[in-house]
Design a binder for this molecule. Sequence first.
Ligand code: ARG
Length: 565
Amino acid sequence: MSDIKHKISKIASEHILSKGFSLSEEDALNLLETPADSKLGDLALPCFKLSKVLRNRPDAIASELVSLFENVDGLEKVEAVGGYLNFFFGSAKYISDLKALLNDDYSAIAEKGKGKTLVLDFSSPNIAKRFHLGHLGTTVIGNAVRNIYKFCGYKTVAINYLGDWGTQNGKQIVAYKKWSSREQLEREGIKELERIYVMFGKEAEKDPSLNAEARAAFHELESGNEEYLEIWKLFKDISLREYTQTYKRLGIEFDVWDGESFYTDKMPAIVQELRDKELLKIDDGASIVDLSEYKMPPALILKSDGSTLYPTRDIAAAKYRYDTYKFDKCAYVTSAGQSLHFAQWFKVTEMMGKDWAKDLVHIPYGTMSFGGEKLASRTGNIILLNDVFDEAVAKARAIIEEKNVANENKDEISEAVGIGAVLFSALSNSRIKDTNFTWEGTLSFEGNAGPYVQYTYARAASVLRRGEYNGEFGSYTPVSEEAELIRKLSEFGDTVERAANDYEPSHISRYALSVCTLFNQFYHNCRILGSGGETEQFRLALTSATRNILGKCLDLLGIRRTEEI
Ligand code: ARG
C-alpha cells in the first residue's frame, strides 16, 4: 500500500475529526478508489458517503476539502469535481513507484502468511483411470492457489488424496484375475486397467453376480488378503507412473501422496467419537448424522453392512491433517458437483465440536468442456487430458511456424505455449463459471489468452536483451501510456492478496491481460530502443518492471515463462 494513500486518508480523517465528526483513517482509506480514466486523476475520494456523516452535499464537501491537499508531498494537483476529490500524483510519484517496482521486494506480502500453514487437497484422481478434462480444473486451480499462498508467505502442504480405496478396486481385482495378467499390465499400463474396468461393466450387466464378487474382493482387500494387496499395489504403481508424467509435464509437485487408503485405520475412532457424542442415528440400518436442522440431507457415515463412506473418510482425514500439520486453513479443490458433500461433512466436524471446523474451505469450480469442437482423438465421451495437451502443442507449433520465427527451440517453445494456453484458459474465468474451450480462443496471440501473455513477456525480454540499461532516468516526465502502465504494475501486490482471499487465480490472469494491453500500447506508441538519454533509460526500466510482473503472474498461474517466441 502506497504512502500517499495513507497520507490522504490521514488528512481527511483528521479534518473530519476536527469538525466534531468521526471517520477513521481506515474508513477513509477504504473510500479511496482508482478512477477508471486517468484523466480524472490517479486516485479519487468520492464524498457521497461522507455526505451523511458531515450532513452536507457531496460537491460542497469536495470543495471544502480540496484546500487541505494543496501542499502535500507527492501530490501535483487536486481537483474537486462533482462529488469527487481527484488527486494527481505527478511525475515524481511515478518515478518513485517505478523505482519501487524495480526493487522487486514483496516481503511485506510474504509477512502476511508468516508462520501460517495452508493444507491444500487437489487433483486427487481415482486410480486406474487416465486424466481427463474433468481433472483439469482441480489440478491447475489447486496448483495456482498453492503458488499464490506461497507468495503470501504461507507454508503450504499439497496433498494428492488419491482415490485408491473403494468397491471400484474390488471390480478391478476381479477383472484383472479374469481377463488380464501382470505382463499385459506392465506392457500396456493404465490403458489396460481402463480396458478391463470397462469390460467389467459390460460383463456385469450380463451377469450381475460379478458385482457381489467385486464387493467380496474389496472386503478381502480390506481384511488384508496378501495377494489382493499386491495386485492393488500394482494398480496404484501403474497409475502413479502415468500421473507423475502428467504432473511433470505441468510442473506440478505434491508434498504428500496419502490417498484414501491411508486413512482407513483412522476411521473407527471417528465413528466411535460420533457415537459417543450421540450424533449418530440409525436409519434403515445405516448410520447417519441428521442435518435436517441445517436444511441438508443426512451425512452418511456407515452403510448397513458397516462399511465406511466418502464423508467418513474425509472427516478422519481432516482430523489427521489437523493433528499432523496444525493447519490454519485446510482447503479442497473439486468441481462444484461436490459442494453438498463438503458442506455436509464440514457441518459434522462443527457438531463434533472441532474448533478447526471453521478453517475448512471448499474451493469449487464449474465444468470445463470443449465447445462442439472435435478433438483429434477422443475415447468415447471422455476427453483425455494428454490428448488436449498434445493437440494444443501441435497447434501452437503450427502458429509459431507460420509466424516464421527462426528459432532453434521450437519444440520447447511449442510445448510451453501449447500447455500454457490450456492452463490459462482453465484459469481465466471466475472459477465457479463454466468454461467452454475453443481452440481459437485458447491459442490466440492477440486476444485474451495465454499465448498473448507469454508473447508479451517474451517481447519485453527481447527488448531488454537488446537495450543497454544504466538506470539513469531520474528527472524524466512520463507520458500517459507510461503512467497508466506504472499504475497498473503497482496493483500487483493488491491483486495477489485479493486472489489469495478469494481463492481466485482468475484475478491474476485477468490482471496479467490488462498489463499486457497497457504494455503493448506503450510499446507501439513510445519508441524504446534508440530514444536516447533518460527517455530510453526510463523506458527500459519500465519494460523491465513489466517483464518482472508478467513473469511473476505466469509463475503464480503455473505457466512456463518464455524468454523468446
Ligand atoms: N477422488 C475424488 C474425485 O475424483 C476427489 C477427492 C477430493 N478430495 C477430498 N478430500 N474429498 O472425485
